[in-house]
Design a protein around this ligand. Structure first.
Ligand code: FBP
Ligand code: MN
Length: 652
């Protein structure tokens, strides 16, 4: 076979022949090269970072639809001298929620003439906005963002608008036609979504889509339909992946957390998993128990019976979880978790437990299914329940779709445009060295440790029928192990939080990373470990709520470290004092956005009350950054080089 060599790229001619089917004449190759070269010189697209969504779909939708304030900023740039603040708010709301806002706005008009006049203005305004928001994209990219049915018309409007004065008549005529053909609403809706899409080029979700909040599945659907996204798994996301990959202990955890937050609907109705056998077991062995009543969200009212059912299920699944932990801890000594064999430390007669030499009374205990001689042994009924649940979970089509997407777009960490994105931490010792972990007969640390974690996770996911192998156990380790880059604490004190009053036993000691990350040198060392430029890169973390209320700064280590978990999760907003951070990285630099509080969608629609976002500049580019300097740019350069090879090989 002949090989064609150019520079250091050796390309198989077969590959070029195949490519020639797509580029079947020289003009096509040349056009594509020119197109790609042009893209390289455009300003870099806007990246949008969010994290710790925790099932809060409505709040996430709002942030996504307003591009963390980007949409309104563009509207202000264009119209601040012609529209009042109220009109700007109204127009912005129309762009965020066009289907809902349109009827509300249209209701204000007394007759057809007024309405037509308004349509004409709004469509013109929308066209201006799309034109402005697309100024840093090629026409071809803009075309892809336009609503299919209106591509031709919108392009006519966009490109004819400012050409010549005599085109003005033509422009107005098109708009009038659209209105009289009753297409105005559809067009406005399409243009609104185009704007939303244009203000953010790429979305990063830095972990924890699942748990605590009510609608993680809807977040997943949104992400599946989003134009460009990647995900860095959070500890809660791997818990769901673990359950799907065959880990029964991960499965018990997800059900326990859903019960705790009154979200069993997600399991039962959304993912179609039958909880009846678990409920029967729960009914047989458990009663009311204050420690296991769900943390009810204020707007929901549970009947006495519902409350009682959830409380029982919560206990049943928590006890199954504690029992399932023990054999893993025993068969994986290098997980270093023997201190978590708590069921063995209980004196069942005295209802006491001894931890670290100190004895505590147990309260709210519910050990009816525990055999004190073999505390980790599941009852046959418990075994059947968990087996049945695992079968249902692994056969839920919707869950399969969501988990496959999480695998496809997700990873444990990501290097992107010079930054390191990771949900939790890089496990460090107190001196700031990468913590070492021995797994079987090998030792790993830093980037290698994370890579090996990810390999195990992917292996387990590819072998869902294996439930007790190292790869599957390792996913649980990622949820709760000392050196997990997603957990970052010595141990998870779930048992103590349910059964022991003394709060000192509830404390979860954080990895030294969490105070060392304030230090610039430590962050630089981590960036270097990942082959990133320590003077320009940033580490972007989620996972630990930033307590702005106590004066904590999300930007640390002289700007090298940015923590964007401000707490979308309602359960945490009282401790953080805000409702989430997001980060924007455009061609001018990085901006952190603090979302003061999320109004309900209804409030936004009726009163135009928007999220109060305060922007803080994190990093300013000295010169406007271009696509050529980005990850995408590097890929385009490779494509250009291949196309040049094709041209030389085939057409010269
Ligand atoms: O508030 P809850 O439901 O008790 O959850 C607390 C548990 O959640 C964790 O904080 C993990 O969840 P996060 O990743 O959201 O922090 C554990 O460390 C802790 O034990
Ligand atoms: Mn987390």
């Amino acid at each position: 076979m002949v090989s064609f060599e150019r520079g250091y790229i050796v390309l198989n001619t077969k590959y070029l022949d195949l490519l020639a089917q797509k580029y079947d004449c020289e003009e096509k190759v040349v056009t594509e090269i020119i197109n790609l070269e042009a893209i390289l010189n455009l300003p870099k697209g806007t990246e949008h970072f969010v994290s710790d969504l925790h099932g809060e779909y409505q709040a996430f939708q709002h942030v996504l639809r307003n591009g963390s304030g980007n949409v309104k900023e563009k509207i202000k740039d264009l119209f601040k001298n012609v529209l009042s603040e109220k009109e700007i708010d109204e127009f912005a709301t129309l762009v965020y929620y066009p289907e809902e806002k349109l009827p509300l706005m249209k209701a204000n008009f007394r007759n057809k003439e007024e309405l037509y006049q308004w349509y004409t203005e709004i469509i013109d305004r929308m066209i201006n906005l799309v034109s402005y928001a697309s100024s840093k994209y090629t026409r071809s990219k803009l075309r892809k963002a336009l609503p299919d049915q209106f591509v031709y018309i919108i392009e006519e409007l966009l490109y004819k608008k400012n050409e010549l004065a005599n085109k003005e008549h033509y422009y107005t005529k098109i708009i009038q036609q659209i209105i009289s053909l009753k297409q105005a609403d559809k067009l406005i809706i399409g243009l609104a979504y185009t704007t939303q899409r244009l203000v953010v080029d790429h979305l990063h979700v830095v972990g924890d889509i699942y748990d605590r909040g009510p609608e993680p599945d809807k977040i997943m659907e949104t992400l599946i339909n989003y134009h460009s996204v990647d995900i860095q798994w959070g500890n809660h996301d791997v818990l769901w992946l673990g359950a799907f990959a065959g880990s029964k202990v991960c499965l018990a955890n997800i059900i326990r957390i859903c019960a705790r937050y009154d979200n069993l609907d997600i399991i039962e109705n959304v993912y179609g998993i039958n909880l009846r056998p678990l409920l029967n077991l729960a009914d047989k062995y458990y009663d009311d128990n204050p420690a296991f009543r769900p943390k009810v969200q204020s707007e929901k009212k549970l009947s006495h019976q519902e409350l009682s059912q959830i409380t029982k299920i919560h206990q049943a699944i928590a006890m199954i979880q504690f029992k399932l932990e023990a054999p893993i801890i025993k068969r994986r000594p290098y997980f270093n978790m023997s201190e978590r064999l708590l069921l063995e430390k209980i004196d069942y007669d005295k209802n006491e437990i001894t931890i670290d030499g100190e004895t505590y009374a147990l309260e709210n205990s519910c050990f009816a299914t525990v055999n004190p001689l073999q505390p980790d042994q599941l009852l046959e009924e418990e075994e059947q329940v968990i087996e049945g649940l695992l079968f249902s979970v692994q056969h839920s089509e919707k869950l399969a779709r969501h988990m496959n997407f999480l695998m496809k777009k997700g990873s444990l960490y990501l290097k992107y445009n010079g930054n390191l994105l990771i949900h939790g931490c890089i496990p460090l010792d107190e001196e700031g060295n990468m913590e070492k972990m021995a797994i079987e007969d090998k030792t790993y640390s830093g980037r290698n440790l994370l890579d090996v974690f990810e390999r195990y996770l992917r292996h387990a996911f590819a072998h869902p029928q294996e439930t007790d192998d190292l790869a599957t156990d390792m996913i649980w380790y990622l949820w709760t192990g000392e050196y997990s880059s997603l957990f970052g604490k010595r141990a998870m004190t779930t048992f103590e939080r349910y059964f022991i009053k003394d709060k000192k036993t509830h404390k979860e000691k954080k990895n030294p990373y969490y105070y060392l990350r304030e230090n610039e040198e430590v962050c630089q060392k981590i960036l270097a470990e990942f082959n990133l430029n320590p003077d320009h890169g940033h580490i972007i973390n989620g996972h630990t709520p930033v307590k702005e209320i106590e004066g904590e700064n999300p930007v640390k280590a002289n700007g090298r470290m940015i923590v964007i978990d401000g707490g979308f999760s309602k359960a945490y907003q009282s401790t953080t004092g805000i409702a989430g951070y997001t980060l924007l990285y455009n061609s001018y630099g990085m901006q952190l956005v603090a979302h003061k509080h999320f109004n309900s969608k209804k409030d936004i629609l009726l009163n135009g009350m928007d999220v109060l976002s305060v922007k803080r500049l994190v990093d300013k580019e000295l010169e406007r950054k271009k696509v050529i300097e980005t990850n995408v740019g590097r890929e385009l350069l490779q494509e250009i080089s291949i196309l040049k090879d094709l041209r030389e090989y085939r057409y010269s």
